[in-house]
Ligand binder design. Structure first.
Ligand code: M6R
Length: 369
C-alpha cells in the first residue's frame, strides 16, 4: 500500500497534486462560482460575521496563519489565529457574530476539540476544516468543509497541509463572493489561479530532485534557520517544524524583518539559512527587502538556501543554493513553496537513518491535552 515507496511520507508528498485537485473538485465551477453548500452556513449567516478566529495546532496552525493573510485581504474581516492549546485560557472575546475556524486534519486533536467546545459555549459559530469524515471535531462543529487528501499515514502532515490551504482559500474566496467584494475581479482571477495549483505543484515535484542532494549535504549541521516574510513566514515555520519532527534537528524560523532585532547575532560561518522569497507580483517592496536580508546574512558567512520564483534574477548572486518554484500569485505561493521544504526535511531525516513515517516521541493525532 506504499505504492512502491519505502515510506508513506514519500508517497504522500507525490500525491499532493491529486489531493489538491480532489479538494477543489465540485467546489469551483468553470465560471468561477464557488459552491460550498456542505458548509451548512447560509449566505445570511456569512454576511453577519464580524470577526474570524482560527484555532489549530502544529502544521494546521501554520495553515491558519496563511489563511489570515488571505482572508483579511480578500474579505476585509478581522481575523485572529491562535494555537488551540492557548485559546480558552486567555478569556477570548467571542459572540454569535464570530466565526471560529478549527483546522485539524485528524479531527481528533484534543487541544483543538476543547477550544471548539469552549467557542460554542460562548455562542460563536464553528466551522471545521478536516480530512477525516465523521471525526470528533466536525461532529461537534456547526459546519464542516472536508479536505479530500485521502488517508495520510505518515506522522508528518504533508498532503493534508496543502489541502487545508486550499480549503482555507476556498472559504476566504467564498466569503468575499457572498459578501460582495470591492475587488470582485481580483477574486475571480484568484479562483481561476487556484484551480491551476495542482499543475503547479506537479511542476515543483518534477524539478525538486536537487533538493535531495542538498539535504544530504546538510545532514551534519547542528542547526538550520528559516526566514520568510508575509505568507512566506508561516511557510518558514512549517519548514522548521518538519525538520525538528523528522530529522530531530534544531531548527527555527524567523520573520525576516525580525533578523536585525536579535537573530542576526546567530549567523556565523557556514550556518545554513533557508530563505523563502515572496513572489514579485504585487509585493515587490517585500521582495526587495528580503533580497537585502539574504545579502546581509551571506556577508556574515551564512550558507544561503534560497527558494524563489523561476526567473528571479535578483536573488541569484546571493544564493549558495537556489531552488526555483513556479511563479504564482503571492497569497497562493505557500502551496508551491512548502513542497521543497517537505522534501528537504524528509531527505535529511532519511540521510540520518530516521523513520520518517514514525518519528520518535510523536503520534499521528494527539488526543490528550
Ligand atoms: O490532526 P491535526 O491537524 O489537529 O494535528 C495537529 C498537529 O498535531 C499536527 O499538525 C502535527 O504538528 C504534525 N505532525 C506536523 O507534521
Amino acid at each position: 500500500e506504499k505504492g512502491g515507496y519505502e515510506y508513506f511520507m514519500l508517497k504522500e508528498i507525490v500525491e499532493q497534486p491529486r489531493a489538491l485537485a480532489d479538494t477543489l473538485l465540485g467546489r469551483v465551477a468553470a465560471d468561477g462560482t464557488l459552491t460550498l453548500d456542505e458548509m451548512r452556513l447560509t449566505p445570511a449567516d456569512l454576511r453577519e460575521i464580524s470577526k474570524i478566529v482560527i484555532i489549530a495546532c502544529g502544521t494546521s496552525y501554520h495553515a491558519g496563519m496563511i489563511a489570515k493573510y488571505a482572508v483579511e485581504h480578500w474579505c476585509r474581516i478581522p481575523c485572529e489565529v491562535e494555537v488551540a492549546s492557548e485559546f480558552r485560557y486567555r478569556d477570548p472575546i467571542l459572540d454569535h457574530r464570530t466565526l471560529v475556524i478549527a483546522i485539524s486534519q485528524s479531527g481528533e486533536s484534543m487541544d483543538t476539540l476543547m477550544a471548539v467546545r469552549y467557542a460554542r459555549e460562548q455562542g460563536a459559530r464553528v466551522l471545521a476544516i478536516c480530512n477525516v469524515n465523521g471525526s470528533t471535531i466536525p461532529r461537534e462543529s456547526d459546519a464542516v468543509l472536508y479536505t479530500h487528501a485521502g488517508p495520510e499515514v505518515g506522522v508528518a502532515a504533508t498532503k493534508t497541509f496543502l489541502t487545508q490551504l486550499a480549503a482555507c482559500y476556498l472559504v476566504g474566496l467564498y466569503l468575499a463572493q457572498v459578501r460582495g467584494h470591492k475587488f470582485g475581479d481580483e477574486i475571480n482571477t484568484v479562483i481561476g489561479q487556484l484551480a491551476h495549483m495542482p499543475e503547479q505543484v506537479e511542476k515543483v515535484l518534477d524539478t525538486v530532485d536537487p533538493v535531495r542532494a542538498l539535504a544530504r549535504s546538510l545532514a551534519d549541521a547542528d542547526t538550520v534557520l528559516f526566514l520568510g516574510r508575509h505568507v512566506g513566514y508561516p511557510v518558514a515555520m512549517e519548514g522548521a517544524l518538519k525538520l525538528k519532527e523528522l530529522a530531530y534537528m534544531h531548527a527555527e524560523a524567523f520573520a525576516a524583518g525580525e533578523l536585525k532585532h536579535g537573530p542576526i547575532a546567530l549567523i556565523e560561518d557556514g550556518l545554513p539559512v533557508v530563505v523563502v522569497v515572496p513572489s514579485r507580483e504585487g509585493r515587490s517592496v517585500l521582495h526587495d527587502k528580503i533580497v537585502s536580508n539574504i545579502q546581509e546574512i551571506r556577508a556574515r558567512g551564512a550558507r544561503t538556501v534560497v527558494i524563489a520564483e523561476e526567473g528571479d534574477e535578483a536573488v541569484r548572486p546571493f544564493a549558495d543554493e537556489l531552488v526555483e518554484i513556479p511563479a504564482v500569485p503571492t497569497l497562493l505561493q505557500p502551496i508551491v513553496s512548502t513542497v521543497p521544504l517537505q522534501v528537504f526535511a524528509c531527505e535529511l531525516a532519511l540521510a540520518k537513518g530516521n523513520d520518517v513515517d514514525q518519528p520518535r516521541n510523536l503520534a499521528k493525532s494527539v488526543t490528550v491535552e
